[in-house]
Design a protein around this ligand. Structure first.
Ligand SMILES: N[C@@H](CCC(=O)N[C@@H](CS)C(=O)NCC(=O)O)C(=O)O
Length: 256
C-alpha cells in the first residue's frame, strides 16, 4: 500500500503517527511525499509527485485528478482502490494489517473505544475545518472577513478554544497518561497534530488546557511520535501559508 501525504499536512500526520506508533512495518505502507507549492494567495497547494508512476498514469500533477476531494492523505491499495479521510484510512489499516503491529492503538472496552472515536471526531470534524488557514485566507480576501494574521485570526482562535475546551472536559474524565487511559491510542494520533497547529496560533496550552497539555507532553515523548514530529519540522507547525503573497492578495482585494 502507498500513503500519499505531506509533512505539513495535519490530517496526513494523524495516519503517520498511527503507522509509526502502532509499529506497522514501513514496507507494508510506503509513505509518498506530495509535491508542494503555494498559489497566488499564499495558500499551500499539494500536487502529485513529479515522476511518480501514479502521476505518469494521470498525465497531470493536479491532485484532484487523483482524489476529487483535492485533499490528502490518500491511501492507494495495490489493486488501485483509493481510500481518503484520515479516520476511515486508519480504521481500514487497523482492520486489515493492524494485528501485525507491536502496540495496540485502541482500547478493548467498547465504551472506551467510543471515547477514543469521540475525540477523533471532535478533532477531524469540529476543529480542523474551522481553523483551516486556506479557508481563513479565502474568507478574508474574497468574502470580506476581518483582516488579521491568518494563523492567529480571531475566528481560528475562537474555534480552537471552543473545541479544546470541550476536549479538556472530556479528557478530565477519560485521560490517564494519554487521551484515553494509560496507553497511547488513535485519539492521541489525532490530538497531536491539532495541538501542533494550535501552538502556531499562540494558544497557551498548559495555562488554558492543562489536561490536554499533559496528554500532549506524554504523547510527544513517545519515541515514534517524536520522530514523526521531528521529520515534519518540530513541535510547532513550521509552515502554514506564504505571508508575503497573502499580504499582496489581501491588500489588492481590499483596494478593489
Ligand atoms: N477530513 C479530511 C481532511 C483532509 C485535509 O483537509 N487535508 C488538507 C491538508 S491537512 C488538504 O489536503 N488540503 C488541501 C486543500 O484543501 O486544497 C481528513 O481527515 O483526511
Amino acid at each position: 500500500m502507498r500513503l500519499f501525504r505531506h509533512p505539513t499536512s495535519s490530517a496526513s500526520m494523524r495516519v503517520t503517527l498511527y503507522l509509526r506508533c502502532r509499529g506497522i512495518a514501513p514496507s507494508l505502507v510506503e509513505l509518498v511525499d506530495m509535491g508542494f507549492e503555494t498559489d497566488h494567495r499564499g495558500i499551500p497547494v499539494f500536487t502529485m509527485p513529479e515522476g511518480d508512476p501514479e502521476t505518469r498514469k494521470l498525465g497531470t500533477t493536479d491532485l484532484t485528478a487523483f482524489n476529487p476531494e483535492g485533499r490528502i492523505p490518500v491511501l492507494l491499495l495495490p489493486d488501485g482502490r483509493k481510500m481518503t479521510q484520515s479516520g476511515p484510512i486508519v480504521d481500514f489499516l487497523e482492520d486489515s494489517i493492524g494485528a501485525t503491529g507491536h502496540r495496540p492503538m485502541a482500547p478493548v472496552d467498547p465504551w472506551l473505544r467510543a471515547e477514543m472515536r469521540r475525540i477523533m471526531w471532535i478533532v477531524a470534524a469540529d476543529t480542523q475545518p474551522y481553523q483551516n488557514i486556506p479557508f481563513i485566507i479565502q474568507a478574508i480576501g474574497e468574502w470580506g472577513m476581518v483582516k488579521a494574521a491568518p494563523t492567529e485570526h480571531p475566528l481560528r482562535l475562537h474555534f480552537l478554544r471552543r473545541e479544546f475546551g470541550a476536549l479538556e472536559s472530556i479528557l478530565r474524565r477519560c485521560a490517564g497518561a494519554f487521551a484515553v487511559g494509560d496507553a497511547i491510542t488513535l485519539a492521541d494520533c489525532f490530538l497531536v497534530p491539532q495541538v501542533r497547529n494550535a501552538l502556531l496560533a499562540g494558544i497557551d496550552l498548559p495555562g488554558e488546557f492543562p489536561t490536554l497539555s499533559r496528554v500532549w507532553e506524554n504523547a510527544i515523548a513517545v519515541p515514534e511520535a517524536a520522530a514523526v514530529l521531528n521529520e515534519a519540522g518540530g513541535i510547532v507547525q513550521p509552515f502554514a501559508f506564504d505571508a508575503e503573497k497573502f499580504e499582496v492578495y489581501a491588500d489588492v482585494r481590499e483596494a478593489e
